[in-house]
Design a protein around this ligand. Sequence first.
Ligand SMILES: NC(=O)C1=CN([C@@H]2O[C@H](COP(=O)(O)OP(=O)(O)OC[C@H]3O[C@@H](n4cnc5c(N)ncnc54)[C@H](O)[C@@H]3O)[C@@H](O)[C@H]2O)C=CC1
Ligand SMILES: N[C@@H](CC=O)C(=O)O
Ligand code: NA
Length: 435
Amino acid sequence: MSNDALRIALLGCGTVGTAVARRLVDHADEFASRVERPVEITGVAVRDTSKPRPESGLDPSVFTTDAEALVRDADVVVELMGGIEPARSLLLTAMEHGASVVTANKALLGEDGPRLYETAAEHGVDLYYEASVAGAIPLLRPLQVSLAGDSVERIMGIVNGTTNFILDKMDRTGEALDDVLAEAQELGYAEADPTADVEGYDARAKAAILASLAFHTRVAALDVSCEGIMSITADDIRAARKMGCVVKLLAICERVRNGRGDQSLSVRVHPTLVPRSHPLASVHDAFNAVFIESALAGEVMFYGQGAGGDPTASAVLGDLVQAARHKVTGSRGPGESAYADLPILPLSQATTRYAIRIEVPDRPGVLAHVTNVFAGQGVSIESMRQGVRRSDDGLATLTIATHAATDAALARTVDQLRLLDDVSTVTSVLRMEGI
Ligand SMILES: NC(=O)C1=CN([C@@H]2O[C@H](COP(=O)(O)OP(=O)(O)OC[C@H]3O[C@@H](n4cnc5c(N)ncnc54)[C@H](O)[C@@H]3O)[C@@H](O)[C@H]2O)C=CC1
Ligand SMILES: N[C@@H](CC=O)C(=O)O
Ligand code: NA
């Protein structure tokens, strides 16, 4: 074994960076054995070097504010500061100077993944990002490597720990969204700006990464239709419970074939009703779970911790070991595969089932008027349930579950329901999966 240590530069020393550093320091001998060369953190870029960071286990002398100089002199750069800039420029500089790159930054990959891949290919270095989707769960390497001989048809899963924590807690306690968000932040699951979690942007970037790998097509975050959980109320959760369902924020990436056999992709993120009997309904706290359906393997399920310092560090360190081994052996991991270049469908053409809750006066003829609206748009009703008439306003809640329909047909149906005299309010429209 050569005794020249591989130089590791760490960018950012927050929740994940600290966990990565701590493990590298405490298990230095194991890393050296696994890589067949010592692995040494030569520098850690932070905003403020005077801040004490005893929990990282690092010597204070390694901290620097000069990230630019650090990435020019490293074998592997591990980016854990998040955001687009300066992370992007630093990673490009790192690769241009011969460093392989490991990142957990889904926002950056969702925005500019192809550019990172092109730079990695140009300079013969690795680009790894297993931690960027579903934290600790080995998901990207199975997609990129293990399923490389199969044909992925559909991916559906929970890929954001913060929103799962929130929705799960709302389901268990009946609390409102705002009350549980702060707790998710304290536990280190939420992004620096939790808007990315609750508005679905974090899951959107992850869906883009998954779809790109699964379907050999460049999919950017902005190609993904996205609806977050901010509009989900305690009432929605209670109504879901009455239907035997839970609400989950799902990322769905699917290959769609039309009658002529042409293929396209539907990639979307939205709150979804899932029956309590479905395995995704049993995903609690900040855990993630992802189903992959492929032509030969059938259905495969991945489950584990999608967020948090140590779990995310596990994926980062796995990538680091792989990139470091390649430095030692002079080889490279897989590059970008985007040969299929499939078109991405707009949300209006996505087909799914819906549950619509409306408030109606409890009087003769109302049901007929409502069902006519659905029939007029070709949306088939699967079931309809009317709650008891309330004495205060004389209204009753009507919950209608549909068969599969396009988003466009459903949107037209909802628009017409809103115009109907017989409908006082359209309270909620939620997509349904797994039923
Ligand atoms: N926390 C989690 O559970 C997970 C996080 N990730 C990703 O990992 C990355 C890091 O996340 P966290 O550790 O949670 O974030 P964090 O906010 O705890 O840590 C980021 C650190 O980077 C530092 N930083 C930011 N910009 C900097 C700059 N220009 N120069 C020097 N330091 C800078 C910040 O001061 C902070 O200490 C993000 O890309 C995030 O999306 C991925 C999976 C899970
Ligand atoms: N904020 C993210 C962290 C992991 O990617 C989440 O909640 O899942
Ligand atoms: Na992962």
